[in-house]
Design a binder for this molecule. Structure first.
Ligand SMILES: Nc1nc2c(ncn2[C@@H]2O[C@H](COP(=O)(O)OP(=O)(O)OP(=O)(O)O)[C@@H](O)[C@H]2O)c(=O)[nH]1
Ligand SMILES: [Zn+2]
Length: 209
């Protein structure tokens, strides 16, 4: 399979010490749309064969504000911590807010969920697919970094298919299980029962809630 062309510009690499580990950060920009993504890198990617990788879609509410309505923020921290512990790996942070429908529409979808719809019904009601993402640009970023075989940190089988469709070999899936809370319990069970997410693993990593 070949990777389709979404031309991207790769920025400078600088060091980014964080609470969860010390990384290098590289920004990427889609040439045509100007949309910006980023990669957090631990260790020397060229010396790794099956790079431990998290492809994370932006969730401003969860990643920035610690929203309890989803599991995104905790998954990101868990991924950073696992990569730090392992000593090498990669996080690609994609600007795909709201499973690709953008913040304005995600909040509209949240409104519909307050009125009783689930996360899929809300997207469809707004005229979108349940999941509006594709992983072409994610695969392009991996390609630009010289990474084509990965161990993927995800519970989402569609993410694996989406990357493989774009030329990335996913040699192993590594779960990111977050203990549910009263606010995301229904969302997580919808992801499991209606979106095929593999989140019924035995080992639950506590989030402190
Ligand atoms: N449309 C919509 N998007 C949501 C909702 N809740 C969270 N999101 C978005 O869902 C996406 C979740 O991204 P990820 O954590 O990378 O992916 P995932 O599909 O949950 O799969 P994992 O790799 O297992 O985490 C983010 O873009 C969030 O903004 C919702 O109720 N509606
Ligand atoms: Zn979220």
């Amino acid at each position: 399979m070949t990777i389709k062309d979404i031309p991207i510009i790769q920025g400078e690499s600088v060091k980014l010490p964080t609470k969860y580990g010390h990384f290098d950060i590289i920004p990427f920009q889609e040439e045509q749309s100007g949309i910006e993504h980023m990669a957090l890198i631990k260790g020397d990617l060229s010396s790794q064969t099956n790079t431990l990788t998290r492809i994370h879609s932006a969730c401003a509410t969860g990643d920035l504000f610690g929203s309890l309505k989803c599991d995104c923020g905790d998954q990101l921290i868990q991924a950073m911590s696992l990569i730090e512990t392992k000593g090498h790996g990669l996080i690609v942070y994609l600007q795909q807010e709201g499973r690709g429908i953008g913040l304005m529409n995600k909040i509209k979808a949240y409104k519909l969920q307050e009125q009783g719809m689930d996360t899929i019904e809300a997207n469809v009601h707004l005229g979108f697919l349940p999941d509006n993402r594709d992983y072409q640009v994610g695969a392009n970023i991996l390609n630009a970094l010289g990474v084509n075989k990965i161990e993927l940190l995800t519970n989402n089988p569609d993410k694996i298919l989406g990357l493989e469709k774009n030329g990335i070999k996913v040699v192993k899936r590594v779960s990111l299980i977050i203990a549910p809370n009263p606010f995301n319990k229904h969302y997580l069970s919808t992801k499991e029962t209606r979106m095929g997410h593999l989140i019924n693993d035995k080992e639950i990593i506590k989030t402190g809630l």
